[in-house]
Write a protein that binds this ligand. Structure first.
Ligand SMILES: [Zn+2]
Length: 475
């Protein structure tokens, strides 16, 4: 019997506002506990929330980027539950009337893209954080995170594999970073994901009993946890058992999902409209303004890199995957670089150096104009491609210009034929054995001679001219 998985995702993204959703407290990450709180986000009696306009704008921007319908009328609701990190006893969220409905996200499929439909996007506040470390008998509550604006994105159950789920998250992260609404930092929890997973016999329409896997905060964990959960459910069914509807957590140490609580204990949230907040009513002109000021999206950039500049699909994907990388690359081309040459340097030596330091391209000392300069030096034959790699590393470390490094270190390529000829003559005299063998047909010794010349000239000899002279002398 063949089984297929049915997966729907619920993603929480922390919005990049400076202040919280209903008060003026800072949203900065990593401060001392309870230093970013006030009576509103601490849930004191009698306080009133005031809507953060930027948070609403960011959700609308996301909705536009994800092809959603923006609701002209929406409302906040109270989601009631009791937990120590939620001082009000309810979370302000959205229920029947979310800010965005419908929409879709495209992920790479077999040959063409696969569209995954979205259900909705809504805005809500985050809760605080319970801390159990530091004392054997007490727990602590940090409310710095309480009231930080969160956007919840819900997909339809159209995802079929763990890989598709991971691709969905990667694409979503790229987009929220592009349009500057979230930093997508999964390690710090500003982007996290819950998944509803069930399996059914292939070809059937009816949904199986689902489990919910909570709080996955890395691409690797999402893929591993879903892979595990799908295999677990299939095994239970094959052995004649039944799936229990429950919430499960990924245990990364054991590499398994574990039951956290069953549906029987689940909450009834008693949602009702929040009487302290008025409904949100949009002018269509406000939405049009947001649309007009949006940056180009990654898929559009990728297509342009391929069609206008002849960049291979995989490379275009890589360049477009971060907005800073894409814009840096575009700048070098604007300054006169050959797109393919610039692409090769960025995806090769440059990315390697950036990854070692875990920094973004726009945080590097090398600016687009610096890459254009070194490409020119290679083009004109001033330095060899091999020397260029050394120069580039030096540029990366010191921020010096390529021309200055070449001059200071005397790295100009030797293309002067008579000079190279005398060096080559010396080498041939010192290696008569190898010369005889070469003449007897051991052609592969050519690279030995070239190597000797490079050693003698510290890599500065123009390899094209060295080859020509050697062929002439040995031919
Ligand atoms: Zn506050």
């Amino acid at each position: 019997m063949q089984y297929e998985a049915v997966i729907g995702l619920e993603i929480h993204a922390q919005l990049l506002t400076d202040t919280k959703i209903f008060c003026g407290c800072s949203t900065r990450f990593g401060s001392e506990p309870n230093t970013q709180t006030c009576p509103v986000c601490a849930g004191m009696p009698g306080v009133l929330p005031v809507m953060n306009r930027k948070a609403v704008e960011y959700v609308v921007r996301t909705g536009l980027a994800l092809n959603c319908e923006i609701s002209l009328y929406s409302r906040f609701a109270r989601k009631n539950y009791f937990y120590p990190d939620l001082p009000k006893g309810y979370q302000i969220s959205q229920f029947e009337l979310p800010l965005c409905e419908g929409g879709y996200l495209e992920i790479p499929g077999n040959g063409s893209n696969t569209k995954i439909s979205l259900t909705r996007i809504h805005l809500e506040e985050d809760a605080g954080k319970n801390i159990h470390e530091g004392s054997a008998s007490d727990s602590f509550v940090d409310l710095n995170r309480a009231g930080v604006p969160l956007m919840e994105i819900v997909s339809e159950p159209e995802i079929r594999t763990a890989k598709e789920a991971t691709d969905f998250m990667k694409k979503l992260r790229t987009i929220v970073r592009y349009i500057n609404v979230s930093d997508g930092n999964m390690e710090q929890g500003s982007l996290r994901c819950d998944a509803n997973v069930s399996v059914r016999q292939e070809g059937t329409k009816e949904l199986g009993v689902k489990t919910e896997i909570k709080n996955m905060n890395s691409f690797r964990f999402i893929e591993k946890a879903l892979d595990y959960e799908i295999r677990r459910q299939i095994k239970v069914l094959q052995e004649g058992g039944r799936i229990v509807q429950e919430t499960r957590l990924w245990n990364s140490e054991k590499g398994i999902t574990e039951s956290m609580r069953s549906k029987e204990e689940a909450h009834d949230y008693r949602y009702f409209p929040d009487p302290d907040l008025v409904p949100i009513v949009f002018d269509t002109s406000w939405i049009d303004d947001i649309k007009a000021n949006m940056s180009e999206l990654p898929d559009v950039k990728k297509e342009r890199f391929m069609n206008e500049w002849g960049i291979a699909e995989q490379d275009a994907d890589l360049l477009a995957s971060e907005r800073s990388t894409a814009e840096w690359f575009e700048e070098t081309v604007k300054l006169g670089a050959d797109p393919k040459a610039a692409c090769n340097w960025i995806k090769g030596d440059f990315m390697k150096l950036l990854n070692e330091e875990s920094i973004q391209i726009d945080e590097s000392r090398i600016k687009p104009g610096d890459l254009v300069e070194i490409l020119g030096l290679i083009d004109r034959g001033t330095i060899s491609g091999k020397i260029a790699k050394t120069v580039f590393e030096e540029m990366y470390k010191t921020g010096k210009k390529a021309g200055i490094i070449v001059e200071e270190k005397g790295l100009v390529q030797m293309s002067d034929e008579s000079g190279l000829e005398s060096i080559i003559d010396d080498i041939l005299v010192k290696n008569t054995d190898a010369v005889d063998k070469f003449k007897a047909g051991e052609n592969k010794l050519m690279s030995f001679f070239v190597g000797q010349v490079m050693k003698e000239t510290k890599g500065k000899a123009n390899p094209k001219i060295v080859n020509e002279i050697l062929r002439k002398k040995l031919g």
